[in-house]
Design a protein around this ligand. Structure first.
Ligand SMILES: O=C(CO)[C@H](O)[C@H](O)COP(=O)(O)O
Ligand SMILES: [Fe+2]
Length: 225
């Protein structure tokens, strides 16, 4: 069975106080810290890159779950590996020709490879990456159009999660976008075990309580499928 992982999205944190925000999330019970790396090209927003990951790494030992919303993920492998990233999740839409090389390089640099897909991308596109001789270790199902925090969860994406969970019982399946107390039931019962949550955690009066609720819902659902 896949381990539940709650990953607050640091996109919703106060970037001017990133180190203290990261430590606060770990104290609140976060398993992973989700780092949204956007290049202003693959998505119409620009966030952080390897220099910020390197700075943050000096302040925390936490698993840094990097979500690469960039057009050329291969260019980021070496700098992010050096910076201390833990997970490296690239988008299938921009890696159709080089995903094997990407996965190889990501592992070589000591990171854990994952693949993500946008809402309009069919789930079948990630099957070869999960079934490869040298496979990705996580699939991130986007539940909003990538680019911005605070958007509305798309419940129709749960078919993708159900399909994956049925096919791959122990795979890490992450969901990202619009997750919180009102949507976690749908995602957890579909089979997601890694939950990214930005605005619902950072906007809550008690983030620890939200993180705990997300985790409990995943744990309870796992006994049912
Ligand atoms: O990848 C992302 C956006 O592209 C973010 O991780 C995601 O949107 C999290 O924010 P929220 O929980 O507020 O939706
Ligand atoms: Fe993300």
């Amino acid at each position: 069975m896949a381990t539940p992982r709650i990953a607050p999205s640091m996109l919703s944190s106060d970037f001017a106080n990133l180190a203290s925000e990261a430590k606060r999330m770990v104290r609140c019970g976060a398993d992973w810290l989700h780092m949204d790396i956007m290049d202003g090209h693959f998505v119409p927003n620009l966030t952080i890159g390897a220099p910020v990951i390197e700075s943050l790494r000096k302040h925390t030992k936490a698993y840094l779950d990097c979500h690469l919303m960039v057009t050329n993920p291969l260019d980021y492998v070496e700098p992010l590996g050096k910076a201390g990233a833990s997970g490296f999740t690239f988008h299938v839409e921009v890696s159709k020709d080089n995903w094997r090389e990407l996965v190889r390089q990501i592992k070589l640099k000591g990171m854990r490879p994952g693949v993500s897909l946008k809402p309009g991308t069919p789930i079948e596109e990630v099957f070869p990456l999960v079934e490869a001789e040298d496979p990705v270790q996580m699939v991130l199902v986007m539940t909003v159009e990538p680019g911005f925090g605070g958007q509305k969860f798309m419940p129709e994406m749960m078919d993708k999660v159900r399909t994956l969970r049925k096919k791959y019982p122990s795979l890490d399946i992450e969901v990202d976008g619009g997750l919180g107390p009102s949507t976690i039931d749908l995602a957890a019962s579909a089979g997601a075990n890694c939950i990214v949550a930005g605005s619902s955690v950072f906007g809550a009066p008690d983030p620890a309580q939200v993180i705990s609720l997300l985790r409990k819902t995943v744990e309870n659902s796992q006994t049912k499928y």
